[in-house]
Design a protein around this ligand. Structure first.
Ligand SMILES: Nc1ncnc2c1ncn2[C@@H]1O[C@H](COP(=O)(O)OP(=O)(O)O)[C@@H](O)[C@H]1O
Ligand SMILES: [Mg+2]
Length: 308
């Protein structure tokens, strides 16, 4: 078979899938979405980032062209704006290429139906509508609404946290200084949530099965701020999930149309699980290497199987 791996060059999980696929005699082509300047389609054939997508039976999508641009040194505002349009144009082309592949019967992981659920607001919205347990949440750019939300939680003795709608920063506790900054919030919205105390749990799902469920111990609110994690010394404690929590994680992934998903949960001291998010391109290699969970093998098997 011929696999397309849409991934940045430093994506170790994608590199592992590639190595396993090649060991078994499959052809793999790299689609490096950051590589500019060689995109084309006549609506029958598709080339993206110089990769010929037509003969591919399966696509593992770990990264798409980025819609963001960082100003180059000395670049004027018009230049940045032009590149921002160009970036959006490449996003559109990539989405269309994936839709074409899927329509042709290729296995696309995660499927195109997952694309609208890349953002936290759409995920939290769909989880909430489905009645899944998510933290009490306010997404707002309004200072007064933000302050009321934080103060109402405080009156119950519950802390609030803030996190961005799009990545780029870790979650932070709203302490006195952060509360004061809410007065100048806007025009961009932020996500405010009740702080759910407890363990951080990452569940890695592949094709409807739990491949790994681990607690990630940390001394910080967001485990990615923990010095040990930052130094590459994260440790993982494999746990057994109750059936209801497996069902919760599977439901969260299904609502986002993920067939591969990294579901983040909090586990409280009294054993409740609260859903934070589902990641379409989870990092699993460190977990795999430290716990032995065979995630890469399962992802490859999924890619080699026919779409249902
Ligand atoms: N409401 C919350 N209560 C407690 N911790 C949280 C909360 N939201 C986020 N966190 C912490 O921050 C981490 C990152 O938040 P998450 O929602 O998974 O976003 P992302 O991983 O995309 O930044 C979580 O794994 C958890 O450690
Ligand atoms: Mg997360």
């Amino acid at each position: 078979m011929r696999l397309a791996l849409w991934a940045s060059e430093d994506d170790l999980a994608a590199a592992r899938v590639r190595a396993l696929a090649e060991e078994r005699g499959h052809a793999v082509i790299a689609v490096t979405p950051g590589a500019l300047g060689a995109d084309a389609t006549d609506l029958a054939s598709w080339v993206l980032s110089a990769a010929d997508l037509d003969a591919c039976d399966a696509h593992l999508v770990r990264a798409l062209p980025s819609p963001f641009v960082v100003p180059a040194e000395g670049e004027d505002a018009a230049g940045v704006a032009r590149r921002a349009f160009e970036a959006q144009e490449r996003v559109q082309l990539a989405h269309a290429a994936l839709a074409a592949a899927e329509a042709k019967g290729a296995r696309v992981v995660n499927p195109c139906a997952s694309l609208p659920f890349e953002g936290k607001p759409s995920q939290l919205g769909v989880f909430s509508r489905a009645g899944l347990p998510v933290p009490r949440t306010l997404i707002t750019s309004l200072p007064l609404a933000a302050l009321r939300f934080v103060d109402a939680l405080a009156a119950e003795g519950v802390q609030a946290i803030a996190k961005p709608l799009i990545g780029g920063a870790t979650a932070k506790v709203i302490d006195g200084a952060a509360r004061a900054r809410l007065s100048s919030l806007g025009p961009a919205p932020i996500i405010l949530q009740e702080r759910v105390p407890g363990d951080d749990v990452r569940v890695t799902l592949v094709g409807g099965a739990v491949l790994s469920a681990v607690v990630i111990p940390s001394a910080t609110l967001d485990y990615r701020d923990d010095p040990a994690y930052l130094a590459g010394h994260a440790s993982y404690r494999t746990i057994e999930l109750p059936d209801a929590t497996i069902a919760l994680a599977l439901r969260a992934a299904a609502l986002c149309a993920h067939v591969v998903s990294g579901v983040d949960l909090k586990r409280t001291d009294d054993g409740r699980f609260v859903l934070l998010e589902a990641n379409a391109a989870p990092r699993w290699l460190d977990i795999e290497e430290k716990t032995g969970a065979p995630v890469s093998e399962a992802v490859l098997s999924l890619l080699l199987s026919r779409p249902t």
